[in-house]
Design a protein around this ligand. Structure first.
Ligand SMILES: [Zn+2]
Length: 141
């Protein structure tokens, strides 16, 4: 049996998620029954790598980082809200279109983007240059 894995900070080794199991493919966000918003992109307990960013803007440029580790919002661990209000735009919550809006609880790196707005996919996106899937034993909380 393989060792338990979590998303951890590459810089300080802090655990950033509960135990997660890798999915072979990035699921597509599905509209919630009734059509209001989206169901969580990734189920609790899983992680997927998004081969594309959040989307494209009107000029065709990619929005968000390519290759993020994506989890269910509830699997994030002790992440600290970014102090810059400009990172937290949205209608009812965070749309995640203004860069990482969460910091590492250990070293304060800009580590993840919460998307929990009424119209956006419901997901937590970890920046691949500072966060990685790692064995639980290599992290601290
Ligand atoms: Zn850190």
């Amino acid at each position: 049996m393989s060792e338990k894995q979590v998303v951890g900070c590459r810089r300080c080794g802090r655990a950033l998620s509960r135990e997660v199991y890798p999915l072979p493919e990035m699921p597509q966000p599905e509209l919630r029954a009734g059509g209001e918003g989206y169901d969580p992109t990734v189920p609790v307990g899983y992680v997927a790598v998004d081969p594309v960013g959040i989307g494209r803007d009107a000029t065709g440029a990619t929005v968000g980082t390519v290759g993020c580790l994506v989890t269910h919002i509830d699997d994030g661990l002790d992440l600290v809200p970014h102090e810059d209000a400009a990172r937290h735009h949205g209608c009812c919550a965070d749309d995640g279109l203004d860069g990482p809006n969460l910091r590492c609880p250990g070293c304060r790196s800009e580590i993840a983007t919460l998307r929990d707005d009424c119209w956006s996919p419901q997901e937590l996106r970890f920046e691949p240059d500072v966060a990685a899937l790692m064995p639980l034993s290599k992290t601290w909380t």
